[in-house]
Write a protein that binds this ligand. Structure first.
Ligand code: FES
Ligand code: FES
Length: 157
């Protein structure tokens, strides 16, 4: 079957027991999406399917076929980091970093759907992305900053 990931087409074996996360990490070398719980709880494996944040550890390969898969490796546009990436760097959100690609993919989907999220909307959108380092306050600050950067009003800051 063909998978379109970050704008590139890959041919992978149609193997029903496999989920998207394993193909990304073990077969295609796209290791940005992380394995955390493997059970849909933590969000470390979050990627986009047609722009919607999904848990790749729970996504059967066939569900991804024919759709646009975006991973953290495909979030930047060439050398230009996505506003979410810039904001997470600016705020120095990561501690160990393990949860961060999932946090950023969830944040990017939020901002694409809701360019001006309230604090409550940010908290609600990110509440199922767990951070064992407890960097939640910085993560929420980074998402709010990303929304500002994305709409251009914070470019000069
Ligand atoms: S590894 Fe997928 S939700 Fe935890
Ligand atoms: S920064 Fe370590 S788990 Fe979130």
């Amino acid at each position: 079957m063909n998978l379109t990931i970050n704008g590139r087409t890959y041919q992978v074996a149609d193997d029903p027991p496999r989920v998207l996360l394993w193909v990304l990490r073990d077969e295609l070398g796209l290791t940005g999406a992380k394995f955390g719980c493997g059970a849909g709880y933590c969000g470390a494996c979050t990627v986009h399917l047609d722009g919607v944040a999904v848990r790749s550890c729970q996504t059967p390969l066939r569900q991804a076929a024919g759709r646009a898969v975006t991973t953290i490796e495909g979030l930047a546009r060439g050398e230009a980091l996505h506003p979410v990436q810039r904001a997470f760097l600016e705020v120095q959100a990561p501690q160990c970093g393990w949860c961060m690609s999932g946090q950023m993919m969830t944040a990017a989907a939020l901002i694409a759907a809701n360019p001006n999220p309230s604090d409550e909307e940010i908290t609600a959108a990110l509440e199922r992305n767990l951070c064992r380092c407890g960097a939640y306050a910085r993560i929420r600050r980074a998402v709010a900053r990303a929304a500002v950067l994305a709409c251009g009003s914070g470019e000069a800051a």
